[in-house]
Design a protein around this ligand. Structure first.
Ligand code: IVH
Length: 676
């Protein structure tokens, strides 16, 4: 065989393995047996060894890491797995503590103790124990629902299968991190880019025997659902974990006050390089469980914990090009394509330049040598460029005045609230008219926190859009599956799977639904607030008819910016059509009022004046936990005006006039069967 023939043969094999991978990983429909797959993989590897001129990015020797190797069955977490807010500076920590003290209405001099726990950068897992036996292990998934990876977790030596301690709770989800030690990772360097990928890949192997070969470790740090847990604070819980046979982080510490947190942070950061596991920060948790309970959560992160991230990694590389990406809200984001470089264990080839103002202010140009910064899971960004090293022919970057996707004019809006011109330039099209925007909108629609359709990822959105199969969200629920079955790479089984995943998601909560619409300024938290306010889809949809946008001001957390964005969403004909069409295919569930016992069901409250030992924020969260509502002004809709010290006279007078019931703090707490 001559060189050309060898290359041809090689490329054919590469094409074949690509096809197998596609079916195996993305569509869960393997075309060949594992043996046949391995045989092909070996042939490719052998060819590459024998003929050094053979190279392909798609070669199994080049592909780093493993994609999920199996469709694991899913299971709901009894208690959601939350994420953490990040802190980067001392100021962030000061604010964190200030918010806690304000919420709990604590005096400044009061010491709050925190459990400071180095944050291992691995994969979190939730291990359910029933009657002292390891019963089930789930991955985090989207926080609400995880994958059942029990068998793979059971191969980890650090995870006890049976607990002998008599004081172990009757049922508990022990939560912690699965990771690989750096010393063990050395032998896996060929296969995975970093220890985290290695842990994730190994945990999701099809065959638990493959997982067993990898020396995975587990350290425990929190819990989910529990029945019979008899501890009152985090540091005691950690001690108990040790008693029960779990490993915990040897550097966990109980500390009070921001100053001491910083001292500990600096000490740990110094040790960081010599540790045998990767840590990317320190988690601080309010130690006292009763305080944690009072503080509760915002969106999907607790108010009582924060991750203090370590400073970032920096590297120098060349800017090869500057591309303009268009987001779902039409924002034009300049992205620097850089010469790929390893920054703290991750290969980086894109770095954001944020927006037009930033690029102009820093005068960043194609060809520049730039400092790139990467911190944790945040998108890498360009810090600065070296003007000395710039070539004479270098030209200033000209930001496009027209949308590179649809050609529409681009604009910088005036923020009605701040009265400032936006730093971001946007495509002025109506949204679905612009190819890039509509593709991004669809990607958002199917994303994890929105419809979360299994097997309907970003790539499928792009390919279906190009094939005219999906142009609007409603098209997803009205797909022509016979057409898809005939597409390259699809088969009967994979189409069946797709149909099944789509059908499953036709039932959706109002909260997820509102979020999925991708209304600007309406993220997860605001979607939740809106869904609580509207309760039903029909009420949400009728908003534009009734034109009662001012009413939204009563929702604490929703302001002028959000309202103006909702208004503009509803003033767009296409959006209204999308809503009507989706209504035909979906069952959008009414918002269930989350309540312990619904003591304040359907009652509205307003506070005026200073309360004693309890903050406004806590009153609000107490009211909501008990299915009541807080509103922002005295009106006929108000049921109770809670008065504290020095109430606003106007509010009290008006409430009297409207015959609104006026109560004090003690009466309010009595309504909740609490005393102050
Ligand atoms: S507590 C409610 N403790 O950090 C608090 N998380 O962004 C959430 N992590 O997914 C978890 N070390 O993977 C907690 N000592 C620790 C942790 C820790 C690492 C990870 C965990 C979680 C992520 C939160």
């Amino acid at each position: 065989m001559n060189k050309k023939e060898i290359k041809l043969q090689y490329l054919k094999k590469i094409e074949l393995i690509k096809k197998y991978n596609d079916h195996y990983y993305d569509k869960s429909n393997p075309l060949v047996t594992d043996q046949a797959y391995d045989k092909l993989k070996n042939e490719i590897e052998k060819l590459e060894i024998d003929y050094s001129f053979l190279k392909s990015e798609s070669s199994p020797t080049k592909t780093v890491g493993h994609k999920p190797s199996k469709n694991f069955s899913k299971s709901l977490h009894k208690v959601p797995m939350l994420s953490l807010a990040n802190a980067f500076t001392e100021e962030d920590l000061v604010n964190f503590e200030k918010k806690i003290k304000n919420f709990l209405s604590l005096e400044d001099k009061i010491k709050i103790f925190y459990s400071a726990e180095p944050k291992i950068d691995g994969i979190s897992a939730s291990l359910t124990y029933k009657n002292r036996k390891f019963y089930m292990g789930l991955s985090r998934g989207d926080g609400k629902e995880g994958e059942d990876i029990t068998e793979n977790l059971a191969t980890i030596v650090d995870i006890p299968k049976v607990i002998s301690s008599k004081d172990f709770p009757e049922e508990i989800d022990i939560r912690g991190e699965v990771f690989i030690q750096n010393s063990d990772f050395k032998n896996l360097r060929e296969k995975f880019a970093n220890p985290r990928n290695a842990a994730s890949g190994s945990l999701r192997q099809k065959n638990p025997n493959d997982t067993k070969k990898i020396p995975l470790k587990f350290i425990a740090y929190t819990f989910g659902y529990e029945k019979g847990l008899l501890v009152n604070n985090q540091s005691d819980y950690i001690k108990k974990l040790n008693d029960w046979g779990f490993k915990t982080n040897p550097f966990n510490k109980l500390i009070w006050g921001v100053k001491n947190l910083i001292i500990n942070y600096n000490e740990i950061e110094k040790k960081r390089a010599n540790l045998d596991f990767d840590i990317d920060g320190i988690v601080y948790k309010v130690n006292d469980f009763a305080m944690q309970k009072r503080l509760g959560n915002v969106a999907n992160a607790p108010r009582w914990a924060i991750a203090h991230k370590f400073s970032s990694y920096k590297a120098v590389s060349k800017i090869l090009d500057i591309e303009i990406q268009i987001g779902r809200t039409g924002a034009l984001t300049p992205v620097a394509k850089i010469k790929p470089i390893n920054i703290g264990g991750v290969i980086v080839s894109n770095a954001t330049l944020h927006n037009e103002d930033e690029i102009n202010r820093k005068d960043i140009r194609v060809g520049d040598i730039a400092v790139i910064e990467r911190a944790g899971d945040v998108i890498p960004h360009i810090l600065s460029t070296d003007k000395q090293k710039r070539s004479k022919n270098s030209k200033k970057f000209v930001f496009p005045k027209n949308c590179p996707s649809c050609g529409s004019e681009t604009i910088k809006e005036l923020n009605k609230v701040t009265k400032k011109v936006d730093a971001v330039r946007r495509c002025s099209s109506e949204g679905y008219d612009c190819e890039k925007i509509s593709i991004e909108k669809l990607k958002h629609f199917v994303s994890k926190d929105a419809f979360n359709i299994d097997g309907f990822g970003k790539k499928i959105v792009e390919s279906f859009w190009k094939l005219n199969l999906v142009k609007f969200p409603q098209d997803i629920f009205n797909l022509d599956f016979s057409k898809i079955q005939n597409l390259d790479g699809w088969g009967k089984l994979s189409v069946q799977n797709l149909k099944y995943s789509i059908d499953q998601k036709k039932n959706i909560s109002l909260e997820r639904f509102i979020y999925s619409l991708g209304i600007r300024h309406i993220g997860l938290e605001n979607a939740k607030l809106l869904s609580k306010h509207f309760i039903s889809f029909s009420k949400f949809k009728n908003l534009s008819k009734q034109n009662d946008y001012e009413d939204l001001l009563n929702i604490d957390g929703i302001g002028e910016t959000q309202i103006s964005s909702i208004k503009s969403f509803f003033s767009n004909k296409t959006n209204k059509k999308v809503l009507n069409e989706l209504d035909k295919f979906l069952v959008i569930k009414d918002t269930v009022q989350v309540s312990n016992d619904g003591l304040l069901n359907n009652k509205t409250f307003l506070v005026t004046g200073k309360l004693n030992g309890i903050s406004r924020a806590e009153v609000k969260s107490l009211i909501e936990e008990n299915s009541g509502k807080t509103i922002s002004s005295v009106s006929k809709k108000l049921n109770f005006l809670i008065i504290g010290e020095k109430p606003t006279k106007k509010k009290v007078d008006y409430a009297k006039e409207l015959k609104v019931k006026i109560i004090d703090q003690a009466e309010f707490l009595k309504m909740l069967n609490k005393t102050s």
